[in-house]
Design a protein around this ligand. Structure first.
Ligand code: SF4
Length: 121
Protein backbone atom coordinates (compact mmCIF):
# COMPACT_ATOMS: atom_id res chain seq x y z
CA UNK A 1 0.00 0.00 0.00
CA UNK A 2 1.18 3.54 -0.69
CA UNK A 3 1.55 6.16 2.05
CA UNK A 4 -1.82 7.61 1.08
CA UNK A 5 -3.64 4.28 1.24
CA UNK A 6 -6.22 3.90 3.94
CA UNK A 7 -8.54 1.17 5.05
CA UNK A 8 -12.08 2.30 5.82
CA UNK A 9 -14.89 0.48 7.51
CA UNK A 10 -18.14 0.22 5.58
CA UNK A 11 -21.40 -1.16 6.85
CA UNK A 12 -24.69 -2.18 5.37
CA UNK A 13 -27.46 -0.01 6.80
CA UNK A 14 -31.04 -1.05 7.65
CA UNK A 15 -32.10 -0.48 4.02
CA UNK A 16 -29.30 -2.65 2.66
CA UNK A 17 -27.21 0.28 1.48
CA UNK A 18 -23.47 0.24 1.80
CA UNK A 19 -22.55 3.17 4.01
CA UNK A 20 -19.29 4.94 4.82
CA UNK A 21 -18.75 6.98 7.95
CA UNK A 22 -19.57 10.67 7.21
CA UNK A 23 -16.18 11.88 8.50
CA UNK A 24 -14.40 9.40 6.23
CA UNK A 25 -16.55 10.55 3.31
CA UNK A 26 -15.63 14.18 4.01
CA UNK A 27 -11.92 13.34 4.23
CA UNK A 28 -12.16 11.56 0.90
CA UNK A 29 -13.93 14.55 -0.62
CA UNK A 30 -17.01 12.47 -1.40
CA UNK A 31 -20.21 14.41 -1.96
CA UNK A 32 -23.83 13.29 -1.73
CA UNK A 33 -24.75 11.53 -4.93
CA UNK A 34 -21.19 10.50 -5.83
CA UNK A 35 -21.16 7.04 -7.39
CA UNK A 36 -18.30 4.68 -6.76
CA UNK A 37 -17.78 1.38 -8.50
CA UNK A 38 -17.19 -1.70 -6.35
CA UNK A 39 -15.34 -4.54 -8.01
CA UNK A 40 -15.73 -7.84 -6.22
CA UNK A 41 -13.20 -10.61 -6.50
CA UNK A 42 -11.43 -13.23 -4.49
CA UNK A 43 -9.99 -12.32 -2.04
CA UNK A 44 -10.28 -8.55 -2.56
CA UNK A 45 -13.08 -6.11 -3.20
CA UNK A 46 -11.92 -2.82 -4.63
CA UNK A 47 -13.87 0.43 -4.58
CA UNK A 48 -12.96 2.72 -7.48
CA UNK A 49 -13.05 6.51 -7.34
CA UNK A 50 -16.19 8.24 -8.55
CA UNK A 51 -16.49 7.97 -12.30
CA UNK A 52 -15.52 11.23 -13.92
CA UNK A 53 -13.15 12.27 -11.17
CA UNK A 54 -9.86 13.58 -12.40
CA UNK A 55 -7.19 11.27 -10.96
CA UNK A 56 -3.99 12.36 -12.69
CA UNK A 57 -2.80 15.25 -14.83
CA UNK A 58 0.27 15.24 -17.04
CA UNK A 59 1.85 18.64 -17.60
CA UNK A 60 4.73 19.24 -19.97
CA UNK A 61 5.97 22.76 -19.11
CA UNK A 62 8.79 22.59 -21.61
CA UNK A 63 10.49 20.31 -24.08
CA UNK A 64 13.82 22.05 -23.44
CA UNK A 65 16.48 20.21 -21.53
CA UNK A 66 19.85 21.07 -20.04
CA UNK A 67 21.25 17.66 -20.92
CA UNK A 68 22.06 16.05 -24.24
CA UNK A 69 21.66 12.33 -23.76
CA UNK A 70 22.70 10.29 -26.80
CA UNK A 71 19.58 8.17 -26.51
CA UNK A 72 17.13 11.07 -26.25
CA UNK A 73 14.18 11.10 -28.63
CA UNK A 74 14.83 14.82 -29.03
CA UNK A 75 17.89 13.94 -31.18
CA UNK A 76 15.62 13.00 -34.07
CA UNK A 77 13.26 15.93 -33.72
CA UNK A 78 13.18 19.04 -35.77
CA UNK A 79 10.88 20.75 -33.24
CA UNK A 80 12.10 23.94 -31.61
CA UNK A 81 12.35 23.98 -27.83
CA UNK A 82 9.54 25.85 -26.22
CA UNK A 83 8.16 26.81 -22.85
CA UNK A 84 4.56 26.88 -21.70
CA UNK A 85 3.45 30.48 -21.26
CA UNK A 86 3.67 31.43 -17.60
CA UNK A 87 0.04 32.58 -17.65
CA UNK A 88 -0.96 29.13 -18.85
CA UNK A 89 1.24 27.46 -16.25
CA UNK A 90 -0.32 29.58 -13.49
CA UNK A 91 -3.84 28.85 -14.80
CA UNK A 92 -3.14 25.11 -14.74
CA UNK A 93 -1.97 25.27 -11.12
CA UNK A 94 -4.92 27.45 -10.12
CA UNK A 95 -7.31 25.05 -11.80
CA UNK A 96 -5.78 22.06 -10.04
CA UNK A 97 -5.98 23.81 -6.66
CA UNK A 98 -9.72 24.28 -7.16
CA UNK A 99 -10.48 20.55 -7.06
CA UNK A 100 -11.91 19.28 -3.77
CA UNK A 101 -9.83 16.15 -4.18
CA UNK A 102 -6.76 17.16 -6.07
CA UNK A 103 -5.43 14.90 -8.78
CA UNK A 104 -1.82 13.83 -8.76
CA UNK A 105 0.28 15.88 -11.14
CA UNK A 106 3.09 14.53 -13.26
CA UNK A 107 5.45 17.17 -14.63
CA UNK A 108 7.38 15.70 -17.50
CA UNK A 109 7.35 14.90 -21.15
CA UNK A 110 10.24 15.26 -23.55
CA UNK A 111 12.27 17.77 -21.63
CA UNK A 112 13.36 18.83 -18.17
CA UNK A 113 10.33 20.36 -16.45
CA UNK A 114 12.50 22.13 -13.87
CA UNK A 115 14.02 24.16 -16.72
CA UNK A 116 10.77 26.11 -16.88
CA UNK A 117 11.24 29.53 -15.22
CA UNK A 118 8.02 29.15 -13.22
CA UNK A 119 9.66 26.47 -11.07
CA UNK A 120 12.26 28.91 -9.76
CA UNK A 121 9.77 31.62 -8.69
S1 SF4 B 1 14.92 15.00 -22.13
FE1 SF4 B 1 15.65 13.32 -20.88
S2 SF4 B 1 16.67 11.92 -22.31
FE2 SF4 B 1 16.43 13.87 -23.35
S3 SF4 B 1 18.35 14.98 -23.02
FE3 SF4 B 1 16.93 15.59 -21.37
S4 SF4 B 1 17.36 14.17 -19.68
FE4 SF4 B 1 18.26 13.30 -21.54
Amino acid sequence: MSETSRTLSLRVDAEGRLAVDPSDARQLGLRPGDALRLETGDPLWVARRPIGELARVYVEPTNACNLACRTCVRNIWSEQSGFMAEDTFDAVLEGLASFARRPSVFFGGFGEPLAHPAFSR
